[in-house]
Design a protein around this ligand. Structure first.
Ligand code: G3H
Ligand code: ZN
Length: 302
């Protein structure tokens, strides 16, 4: 049976050596297979994650866990895999810890900061008992075109001291499509945070940020980059091309069969992932001492 790792050594290595590991959201079976293909082909660790909304859409956290483990098995994956809950609330983080996710994000940014910190500590306690990693969020990541809030250095220090394994910081980044006239990432604040804490930092809203800004952010401590919208757009574009070319209407070849209709979009996710891995510099497993990676807490091992 496939097993998961918590990714702590992988992300520490990324921060130390100034490269990033993409954290790719899954949305369904095709997405999951596309991401596993990308990791297999590039021989890089796979950080696959699910948002609360996508988990609900797919049928729950247990289904997602079972899906990921079964796809890993059926596709015979031989690189480390981290399964992360993305933007979880307190209850969903506890549920995913119980289910054996190897990493959970507790996103308490909507709470007063003291409550966010107290609940983060509780999640750290529950997760660390089982070798599971924890990500917290400070400041606020903007939503669909704006509204973010910069993370403070004091909060970064307090949350790092609380024992989180990775820290997502609001630094001008936004989920979804970036608006015209977006000001860009706040590198001054990122540098202050990165000078103050050595925990691997996480860049949410990674889709659509110009590559030069992402590379600079990586040089300033970003080790995990969350990507969802970019692959959704890649999927949409390829699917649109298939339909606009009329292939879905080819009745003799059953071009409307979902196994054909969803294929170009699925392949486009893998291609887009491989490009990102290449320019983010994600380190292949064969370049490491693989023992060090597989020595991490291995969850779900039989
Ligand atoms: O947590 C997930 C991400 O931050 C994804 O953001 O959809 O803008 O790539 P994105
Ligand atoms: Zn996010």
């Amino acid at each position: 049976m496939a097993f998961l790792v918590n990714g702590n050594e992988i992300l520490k290595d990324a921060r130390r050596n100034q490269y990033a590991v993409g954290a790719y959201n899954t949305n369904n079976l095709e997405w999951t297979r596309a991401l596993v293909s990308g990791a297999k082909e590039t021989r890089t660790p796979l950080l696959i994650q699910v948002s609360t909304g996508a988990a609900k859409y797919m049928g729950g956290y247990k289904l997602v866990r079972d899906l990921v483990l079964n796809v890993m098995d059926s596709m015979d994956i031989d690189v480390p895999v981290i399964l992360n809950l993305d933007h979880g609330d307190f209850e969903s983080a506890k549920e995913c810890i119980e289910l054996g996710y190897s990493s959970v994000m507790f996103d308490g940014h909507k709470l007063p900061v003291e409550e966010n910190l107290a609940k983060t500590k509780e999640i750290v306690r529950l997760a660390h008992e089982r070798g599971i990693a924890v990500e917290a969020e400070i400041g606020k990541i903007g939503e669909n075109q704006g509204g973010g809030e910069l993370a403070s250095v004091e909060d970064a220090i307090r949350f790092a001291e609380a024992g989180v394994d990775r820290l997502a910081c609001g630094i001008g980044n936004i989920h979804g499509v970036y608006p015209e006239g977006w000001e860009g990432l706040n590198f001054d604040r990122l540098k202050e945070i990165s000078d103050a804490v050595d925990v691997p930092l996480v860049l949410h809203g990674g889709s659509g940020i110009p590559q030069d800004q992402v590379k600079k952010a990586i040089s300033l401590g970003i080790a995990k980059i969350n990507i969802n919208t970019e692959f959704q757009l890649a999927f949409q574009k390829a699917t649109r091309e298939y339909i606009e070319a009329g292939h879905d209407q080819d009745r003799s070849n059953k071009g409307f069969d979902p196994r054909k209709l969803l294929r170009p979009g699925t392949d486009a996710i893998t291609e887009s992932m491989k490009e990102m891995i290449s320019w983010m510099g994600t380190r292949p497993i064969d370049d490491r001492d693989s023992k060090f990676v597989f020595d991490e807490a291995s969850l779900n091992e039989e």
